[in-house]
Design a protein around this ligand. Sequence first.
Ligand SMILES: [Zn+2]
Ligand SMILES: [Zn+2]
Length: 240
Amino acid sequence: MPTPITSRLLLNIAEKCFPDQCLFCGKPDEPACSPCLAGLPWLEHCCQRCALPLGHGAELCPHCLKAPPAFRHCLCLWRYEFPISTLIQRFKYQADRPARRFLETQLSRTVDMYLEQSGETFDAVLAVPSHPLKRFWRGYNQSYLLAKALSRTCQLPYRSTLAKRRWSRSQQGLSRKQRLNNLKTSFQIRSTVAGLKLLLVDDVMTTASTANVISQLLMEHDATSVDIACLARTPQHMTS
Ligand SMILES: [Zn+2]
Ligand SMILES: [Zn+2]
């Protein structure tokens, strides 16, 4: 198996040999041709709070109606389905640069447009931290890359406030509440967030548990509000 450095080198060479191709169909059109772009699983009907894809006109999903999350709103582009799921995996696991550029641009533009249309503003952009060992092996944290790109495009300050501890207790034999508490204690806050409106960036939101526990932690440290920006959200059947 090639090491992360070798695979990155191979990908860089491949990128130079085959530039300007649609990321989805390979046609000479960069970075995505119009039919492929239009055919992506854009998130349309979804929960106004957690962006869970909904098949009907309801504003909130049953989870948010029962127990609203600690974050206010989730800005999300796609349902986590093929072919965007494959592209996100290329970005996440193979350090694929064209995939990274496309995803960073799409997320940054969407947030920029949202800020312009809503008049909303944020005091700081944060990234969901990854485990130090994972970061060491992979060489990067994909949420950090997305957050940094977004911070540049939208001219919002990035803060490396969040960290993941090196250790985590075993989840075995714990109830759901204990598991969530265990997850919460695996994150730490390294600088003050008091009085700040925060935008937390993640790559893919699955159960929303991670985004929720980090938001709880930030709110307990007196943040004014937390919103989420992410690339994709898994459909309901994958989260229940
Ligand atoms: Zn195409
Ligand atoms: Zn919801």
